[in-house]
Design a protein around this ligand. Structure first.
Ligand code: 7PM
Length: 279
């Protein structure tokens, strides 16, 4: 796949889930050797993910970690735009921009990004209108609350129904704003204002979202729900759990799986698809 052929229709028609490799550009993510060294490290990481079989690279510079401080649009652009320009000049891999700010989305799309990934589901002022000006896929993610406080006692009466209703409403808001339905991707937002029990219910009932008639993106890689079930606090010890959930997400018809560990996930997805397609 290349960046020019990437589209909402391609996501819908893919026979096997697409692997979205995560490129995190928050300041703590690469060693601090100045801008040039950081760019080289980021490019190295992208080339590795491409070699491992990534279908799309998700570039993000805003930490949505529970409790994280907000970053300015200017700061986020400085982190993300030079890297998107570099990926576009060095490779032909489709790029998504992980941002909730319309100014960042615009700069990223003008620099050649092919998709918008918004954990805030285009609820920021001006975000719907901005995306409507571009014919690109957009991922609408569910989140209860705001990143800074969302893990403080999240509550649902019926988590699957509430997340589904939210996503349906955001899909309608997009369509009303002039965004094509075939460009919409939906995501239940694992870990975003959810306790373990909520995350597990959402995963078990992923098939409930197929009714919304939009491809499903699943992002659970290295997340705390894995640490909670396995009782391991260390993020470095969550690889096997992440791969297990990627296999399950494949079995449950996910269209895009967002991961840190591309090679391990590609293998799991291939095996899962081989079994799925057997007589
Ligand atoms: C710290 C905590 C840093 C959590 C980063 C994160 C998703 C996403 C993220 C997701 C979509 C992470 C998250 N998660 N976008 N962006 N879906 N669409 O673990 O689940 O990567 S950031």
């Amino acid at each position: 796949m290349n960046s020019t052929s990437f589209s909402g229709t391609l996501i819908r028609q893919a026979l096997s889930p697409l692997i979205m490799g995560i490129l995190n550009l928050t300041p703590d993510s690469f060693s601090d050797g100045g801008l040039f060294v950081k760019k080289e490290q980021a490019l190295q990481h992208v080339l590795e993910m491409i070699a491992a079989g990534a279908d799309i690279i998700d570039v993000g510079g805003e930490s949505t970690r529970p409790g994280a401080a907000e970053v300015s649009e200017e700061e986020e652009c400085q982190r993300v735009i030079p890297i998107i320009e570099m990926i576009r000049s060095e490779t032909d891999i489709p790029v998504s921009v992980d941002s909730s700010k319309p100014g960042v989305m615009k700069a990223a799309l003008d620099a050649g990004a092919n998709m918008v990934n918004d954990v805030n589901a285009l609820r920021s002022e001006g975000a719907l209108e901005l995306v409507a000006n571009y014919d690109v896929p957009v991922c609408l993610m569910h989140m209860q609350g705001k990143p800074r406080t969302m893990q403080k006692d999240p509550h649902y009466d019926d988590v699957v129904t509430e997340v589904k209703d939210f996503l349906q409403q955001r899909m309608q808001a997009c369509i009303d704003a002039g965004i094509k339905k075939e460009n919409l991707v939906i995501d239940p937002g694992f870990g975003f204002g959810k306790k373990l029990e909520h995350n597990l219910s959402l995963f078990k009932h992923l098939d409930a979202f197929t009714e919304l008639d939009a491809p499903l993106l699943v992002g659970v890689s290295r997340k705390s729900m894995i640490g909670q079930v396995l009782d391991n606090a260390l993020v470095e010890e969550r690889l096997y759990g992440s791969v297990a959930l990627a296999a399950l997400a494949t079995w449950l018809n996910s269209a895009i799986i967002r991961v840190h560990d591309v090679k391990a996930t590609v293998d799991a997805v291939k095996l899962c698809m081989a079994v799925k397609q057997a007589e």
